[in-house]
Design a protein around this ligand. Structure first.
Ligand code: SF4
Length: 347
């Protein structure tokens, strides 16, 4: 196990020469800014996050601005970043911070973990990066680095291995320069100990890396056991009225694309046509090219069908929240990404 007390010193020396100091959330560091950046950075690369972070901070510069915002606006600022639960949790937690913490970001791990959407590693990143306290982090990049350094085989999210990695990460966390250390360990994982073709020759840890010594770098970390993703097909109705507007429905707050706007959805074309007939609308629709979308737990094929009306019915499905939108309004609402792309290429 890597317990060398000089680990953090070596890492910080590397960071002083090669680390990233100019990321927007490293300027004017506050708990709120670091929190938002950490949530955006989950499953998403730094270069993608930067423009989203800057726009988000311009619109919601403080936690109370976010708490007071309409969730629809928050989701629209998130459109394209994916994993929208992150945005809903961010908004819900901003409200909790205002109501229960007098709009001050909590400074201890337990209080942070009690907020929606903040796990142990994110809490550690917030307290180390915002307050320079010894917060322990174990995100995907750090897991990869630690499993290789210690030649730990087996899928890292397995509970025994996860526990072992938390223990190692805690042992290695220094008592000072915590903000730099956290950035350094994330940076080295992201830029040197990369998933594929890690740059071992440039790595300050190469002398103590067991995976390198045992020629197992390409085998560690052990990938997650594969399971075949189920496949689902749905039909959606692209309905236009006499003004060229599109009928959109707001999805329920739970489930995929929760709270986002999308097209009326049906299990298949027959169900779509039945609903049109029930509303006294024409049932002859024009099929558009199918769209494929992959979620973490299933694959989805969307079959769009277009219908142009010379009227504006309020809705096509019962119990749905529907509204007609002009093309120019579409960027002001949170839209499911594949639907946004479809609407952009459909006049
Ligand atoms: S030597 Fe290579 S595998 Fe080992 S920690 Fe460094 S980059 Fe990762």
């Amino acid at each position: 196990m890597t317990t060398n007390s000089s680990f953090s010193e070596q890492l910080l020396t590397w960071f002083d020469q090669h680390g990233r100091y100019h990321l927007p959330w490293q300027q004017n560091r506050t708990g709120y800014r670091v929190w938002v950046s950490e949530i955006m950075l989950q499953q998403t690369q730094v270069v993608t996050v930067i423009p989203y972070f800057e726009r988000f901070m311009e619109r919601f510069p403080a936690v109370k601005d976010l708490a007071q915002a309409d969730i629809d606006e928050v989701l629209s600022m998130w459109t394209g970043l994916g994993y929208y639960t992150r945005a809903r949790n961010l908004h819900a937690s901003a409200i909790t911070i205002v109501e229960q913490h007098q709009a001050n970001m909590p400074k201890d791990v337990e209080a942070l973990i009690a907020l929606k959407g903040i796990g142990r590693s994110t809490a550690g990143a917030i307290i180390s990066q915002a307050y320079n306290l010894p917060g322990v982090i174990l995100d995907g990049n750090v897991k990869r680095l630690l499993t290789r350094l210690n030649a730990i085989e087996g899928w890292p999210s397995q509970s025994q291995i996860d526990k072992q990695l938390w223990h190692i990460a805690t042992q290695l966390t220094p008592d000072q320069r915590n903000a730099d250390y956290t950035q350094a360990i994330m940076d080295i994982g992201a830029t040197i100990c990369k998933p594929k073709q890690p740059l071992c020759v440039a790595c300050p840890m190469q002398g103590q890396c067991l995976a390198l010594a045992q020629d197992k770098v390409a085998l560690i970390p052990t990938p997650k056991p594969k399971k075949v993703l189920p496949h689902k097909t749905i039909s959606v109705l692209l309905l236009k009225n006499q003004y060229g507007q599109t009928l959109l429905e707001q999805r329920p707050s739970k489930g995929i694309w929760g709270g986002l706007w999308s097209l009326p959805e049906f299990s298949d074309l027959k169900a779509l046509q039945t609903q049109l007939a029930l509303n006294g609308l024409p049932t002859k629709t024009k099929p558009l090219a199918p769209i494929k979308h992959i979620f973490s737990h299933y694959k989805l094929t969307i079959e769009p069908h277009m219908l142009v009306l010379n009227s504006s019915p309020h809705k096509v499905a019962e119990n749905s929240k529907s509204q007609w939108y002009d093309n120019q309004q579409l960027h002001t609402i949170g839209l499911a990404t594949p639907i946004k792309k479809l609407l952009e290429k459909t006049p």
